[in-house]
Design a protein around this ligand. Structure first.
Ligand code: MG
Length: 265
């Protein structure tokens, strides 16, 4: 099932599923029972497909990306978080910070995993049983705050408002039996800047869930950003930073396209 979250013309928020080129409204809860209503969805505005309970992110998880940044291959997954204010809807703008200014804002296309059931100490071979579905994400990153002014933590540079566009479609896990075989891209103003495959992950999705759930409860609505392939703006010569007026699209095979314009805060 391909699920969207949207607000209707009265401003009420609903879920719907894609059905033959249009959307049918669903009743119920995302992590409970979702029931088709037979009603065509009155989609006034697309929203991020869920409000995450937490956004867990993995850094340097693609071999070629670790190489382009001249980082050594990590022994364990590198975990950081993005705060709730970062969530952004499809089509709404990524804001380049001006008050706490950044001049090095970068894009990162990522496969986002949505946990559907509470779990802890999950073994790799059972890990995908806890996945509700998958969506597309952009792990927008202010490299100056990430690298130079963040006290060695990535959280500052990764957690400005609008730095986590998500969606638009949440594809249930039955439609993606292997999340590590998907094409993944970033396109800026029509130019493809990242173009790779989730098969290049150093720690694949089941391994990430085993690691993240180790001695740690994962709740429904946990969103895991699984890292980005090579081709980020920081590693280009010259670097390619996002500018007001740019339009960024993240495309993930079997999920679709997430597009956001770029503006100044
Ligand atoms: Mg990332």
């Amino acid at each position: 099932m391909k699920i969207i979250r949207y607000s209707d013309s009265a401003g009420d928020i609903h879920y719907a599923r894609e059905a033959g080129g249009s959307f049918e409204r669903l009743a119920g809860e995302l992590f409970g029972e979702l029931t088709p209503t037979g009603e065509t969805a009155d989609v006034a505005k697309l929203l991020a497909p869920l409000v995450p309970s937490v956004i867990l992110c993995i850094g340097l998880n693609y071999r070629h990306h670790a190489e382009e940044t001249k980082a050594k291959i990590p022994e364990f997954p590198i975990l950081f978080v993005k705060t709730p204010n970062t969530l952004q809807n499809p089509g709404d703008p990524i804001q380049l910070p001006t008050a706490l200014a950044s001049h090095q804002v970068d894009y990162e296309c990522e496969l986002a995993v949505v946990i559907g059931r509470t779990c802890k100490n999950v073994k790799r071979e059972h890990a995908l049983d806890y996945v509700f579905g998958y969506t597309a994400a952009n792990d927008v990153s202010a490299r100056d705050w990430q690298k130079n002014w963040g006290g060695g933590q990535w959280c500052r540079g990764k957690s400005f408002d609008t730095f986590a566009p998500l969606g638009p479609v949440l594809v249930t896990s039955d439609e993606i039996p292997n999340p590590n075989s998907l094409a993944i891209k970033t396109i800026v103003n029509g130019e493809t800047l990242q173009d790779w495959t989730t098969a290049d992950m150093i720690f694949d999705v089941p391994t990430l869930i085993e690691f993240l759930s180790g001695s740690t409860t994962l709740y429904p609505g946990t969103v895991i950003l699984t890292g980005t392939p090579h081709g980020v703006g920081m590693a280009r010569n010259p670097p390619r930073w996002l500018q007001p007026g740019d339009e960024v699209t993240v495309e993930v095979e079997k999920i679709g396209r997430l597009t956001n314009p770029v503006v100044s805060e």
